[in-house]
Design a binder for this molecule. Structure first.
Ligand SMILES: Nc1ncnc2c1ncn2[C@@H]1O[C@H](COP(=O)(O)OP(=O)(O)OP(=O)(O)O)[C@@H](O)[C@H]1O
Length: 254
């Protein structure tokens, strides 16, 4: 067991399903006084376990702000957030940093790989930071790289990899701690259509599990059919929530 996981969430909905993240009345303001910008307004949202949730909407509608709050990176101005069964208000300072490191993985549009390290060393970084023995960390990282289809690129540096391959290394790095919540901000934006679909397919295969949840912010309508639920935002609010079957039916009518 690599990480101390929090116990399963006691939060249940009417159907008895558990939610990985619950937002209640979440509002976020940036700045103060005349410069104040209300980025989120009264967001109520549940992110179910076992699902990939896509967060979509026009530029500036608040997607990055909302996932930053759901990933425990940003405090809401008002409202409650429950993260993997823990009230956000009970997580402060070093405890919050540790909770994030143990439970939440991040994948960004920019892969943020360290160019002086090999692929396997990049994937091992989160384990080494958490004081895993180097040889064990490299072993675990190699398994993860294999799982994302890069078993033959262990020793490659990022400059020798394609964009899609670098994003797969970044996904392996985000998954090496076995996070229960994976948060991805525009993971396919820098990729061509085929590499984008490969990355989404990989995210689904490796992360959609009964005790995990994945949230993906995307502009990329080429990947909408990968989501189990599609949350559309506009102007800091949630406009609609569609399940996979509804989204596919709507797409078929266009
Ligand atoms: N640090 C900040 N300070 C002030 N305003 C901010 C800050 N970050 C975001 N905003 C504002 O909050 C609103 C929501 O921004 P956010 O980045 O969450 O939107 P987004 O939907 O992710 O946009 P994009 O798709 O362009 O990345 C915007 O009006 C933005 O200008």
């Amino acid at each position: 067991m690599l990480t101390a996981k929090v116990p399963l969430n006691s939060q249940t909905d009417a159907a008895g399903a558990q939610a990985a993240v619950v937002c209640r009345g979440v509002t976020k303001d940036y700045g103060v006084g005349d410069t104040r910008v209300r980025a989120l307004q009264q967001i109520d949202l549940e992110i179910a376990y076992g699902c990939m949730t896509l967060l979509v909407g026009p530029s500036g509608c608040g997607k990055t702000t909302l996932i930053s709050i759901m990933a425990g990176l940003l405090d809401p101005t008002e409202g409650d957030v429950e993260l993997l069964g823990r009230s956000r208000k009970t997580l402060k300072g070093r405890q919050l940093v540790r909770f994030r490191a143990e439970n939440i993985g991040f994948v960004f549009q920019q892969y943020n790989l360290l160019p002086s390290l090999t692929a396997v060393e990049n994937v091992a970084v989160p384990l080494i930071i958490r004081h895993q023995k180097r040889s064990l960390a490299i072993e675990k990282a190699a398994e993860m790289l294999d799982a994302v289809g890069l078993g033959d690129k262990m020793k490659s540096r990022s400059t020798q990899l394609s964009g899609g391959q670098q994003q797969r290394v970044a996904i392996a790095r985000a998954l090496v701690n076995e996070p229960r919540l994976l948060v991805c901000d525009e993971p396919t934006a820098a990729l061509d259509a085929k590499a984008g679909r490969n990355v989404m397919d990989l995210l689904r295969r490796t992360t959609v599990q009964p005790d995990r949840a994945v949230i993906v912010v995307t502009h990329d309508n080429r990947v909408f059919d990968f989501g189990d639920q599609i949350v559309s935002m506009a102007d800091g609010r949630i406009e609609s929530i569609e399940s996979r079957s509804e989204a596919l039916a709507a797409a078929a009518h266009h």
